[in-house]
Design a protein around this ligand. Structure first.
Ligand code: GTP
Ligand code: MG
Ligand code: NA
Length: 499
């Protein structure tokens, strides 16, 4: 049994929580990077991934020696962190992130306590019975009001015991407030080093992403909990599970896929089966190169990669191959079983590939069904409004969303339009760049209410032909890279129309 244990996969740790609680900043502190500072609007709008080897974690937790005599020891190969957006618009990306993980870190702002997306995250974690710990972040803010003396990168207990009595008391007061808030929601919580019932009570780690205090404790606790309680779940299995996070261009490689491999092995000589947008449909292609991000780098950044022959779960890896232009992010990916790859039994091979193709293509159907469902909801709502208010509301054309985060971005924009007063029914939804057809479709409104021949395009390109046609016909195209900029621009436009 212990032999098998030596084959453990790296746990996937998802970082969740309300907007601006410091999720990305904590990861920046761990990585020695500044990803957060480069984010548009300082908010995360897509899922990120960072791999830390156990050697890296050993170094990052080295100062734990000043606090405990327990040596750092682990059979885990490392940890794969998934960063998620906290902005309310991105519930779907949080759901996707939490669906891939083995354990979660729920980040709570020590000064703010439980907020709206904290509760939403708690619900997601409960629904999936995902184990989690709480990071009580922004301890440094205490510094400002109550003389916290920072010790860069120190373990929490060590730095805490050196604080003045009234500083300690202030921390205890805030802690007790947050524990009460958790208790009101039915959760027992305790500081991790005071926690005697790890299986029932949620462990909390105070952290500061600015001074790095408590960060060694956070990493150490994650390793310990995974080692102690999750070995069975973390046994390496060959069953292949892989999710496409992003489809993007990489210099020298053309269109590539960023994927999270959560089970099994991916090899350079594998043939992959990828969910593709109609009319092209499923993509079956040979891997040209497997690109592994350099250690402790954020995968969504333009990082340095090294070429590898194979990679084991859990990992974030970039795949270079032909024909990936129409791949659908958010969908699962498969590989042609290796024993069938060069099989003479063509019928069996074809049958298996068809089965797997149906499986991955099902994800596109799911995306479409989801959109269709929302579309129907909106049309129903429109009818209700027309009936009640006896006036016809404008029909807009929400056409094109991020190619890289279709569900998250679509949901965000739809929620926004729904919450407007009067709410705006949508007459079309699409994923990917804006093309001529989209402008023609939106142009249908020109004969009825030309001011509402509108396209909202989030984080996608508008092709020059489409832009020219829109200019000629008078179709308005709003584009933005930050979701609330798009919302603000449209709000302003609406205001001009109604005033
Ligand atoms: P979203 O991804 O947009 O949900 O936000 P986030 O949770 O990733 O938070 P982010 O890392 O963007 O940090 C938000 C703000 O809080 C930034 O201005 C950070 O500098 C600040 N911040 C993060 N952690 C700390 C901390 O420990 N102490 C203090 N004082 N500020 C922090
Ligand atoms: Mg963030
Ligand atoms: Na932020």
């Amino acid at each position: 049994d212990d032999d098998k244990d030596s084959q453990l996969k790296s746990p996937i740790v998802v970082v969740m929580g309300h907007v601006d609680t410091g999720k990305t900043k904590i990861l920046d502190r761990i990585r020695h990077t500044s990803v957060q500072a480069r984010e548009a609007g300082g908010i995360t709008q897509q899922i990120g991934a960072t791999y830390l080897t156990k050697e890296y974690i050993a170094k990052a937790t080295a100062r734990m020696k000043e606090q405990t005599s327990k040596p750092f020891e682990t059979k885990l190969p490392g940890l794969l962190f998934i960063d998620t957006p906290g902005h309310e618009s991105f519930a779907n990306l949080r759901a996707r992130g939490s669906s891939m993980c083995d354990i979660a870190v729920l980040v709570v702002d020590l000064m703010h306590g439980l907020e709206k997306q904290t509760l939403e995250s708690l619900k997601m974690l409960t629904d999936r019975s995902t184990p989690f710990i709480v990071a009580l972040n922004k301890v440094i803010l205490i510094d400002r009001c109550l003389d916290w003396v920072a010790d860069e990168g120190a373990p929490f207990q060590l730095t805490f015991q050196r604080q003045k009595q009234h500083t300690k008391q202030d921390f205890e007061n805030r802690l007790s407030g947050i524990r009460t808030e958790f208790a009101e929601k039915g959760w027992n919580t305790e500081l991790y080093f005071r926690n005697k019932n790890v299986k029932t009570d949620i462990s909390m780690v105070p952290t500061s992403a600015i001074t790095g205090e408590g960060i060694p404790d956070l990493l150490d606790l994650l390793i310990q909990l995974n080692e102690k309680y999750m070995r069975r779940q973390l046994r390496f299995k060959e069953k292949f599970v892989c999710t496409v996070l992003e489809v993007k261009n990489t210099i020298g490689h053309g269109t590539t896929l960023d994927v999270i491999l959560s089970n099994g092995t991916l090899r350079k000589d594998d043939t992959i089966i990828v969910c593709g947008m109609p009319p092209q449909g499923t993509i079956i292609t040979n891997i040209r190169a497997l690109l592994l991000p350099s250690e402790a780098s954020e995968m969504r950044e333009r990082a340095e990669y090294k070429l590898v022959e194979e990679v084991h779960a859990s990992a974030g890896v970039r795949i270079s191959a032909n024909g990936l232009e129409h791949a659908v992010p958010g969908a699962h990916m498969q590989i042609v079983p290796r024993n069938l790859k060069n099989s003479k039994d063509h019928a069996k091979r074809r049958e298996e590939i068809e089965k797997l193709s149906d499986e991955v293509q099902q994800d596109y159907t799911n995306v479409c069904l989801f959109i269709l469902l929302l579309f129907l909801m909106f049309n129903l709502k429109k009818n209700v409004m027309i009936h009640r208010c006896s006036r016809i509301y404008p029909v807009n054309n929400v056409e094109c969303m991020s190619k890289h985060q279709p569900l998250g971005a679509l949901e965000a924009l739809i929620t926004f339009l729904q919450d407007l007063k009067p709410s705006i029914p949508i007459c079309g939804i699409n994923i990917g760049d804006v093309h001529k057809q989209d402008v023609i479709k939106a142009g249908v409104m020109l004969d009825h209410q030309p001011e509402f021949a509108v396209i909202l395009a989030f984080n996608v390109k508008v092709d020059p032909e489409a832009r020219e046609l829109a200019r000629q016909n008078g179709v308005q195209i709003f584009t933005a890279e930050i979701i609330y900029h798009l919302e603000d621009a449209f709000n302003k436009y609406m205001k001009e129309i109604y005033d």
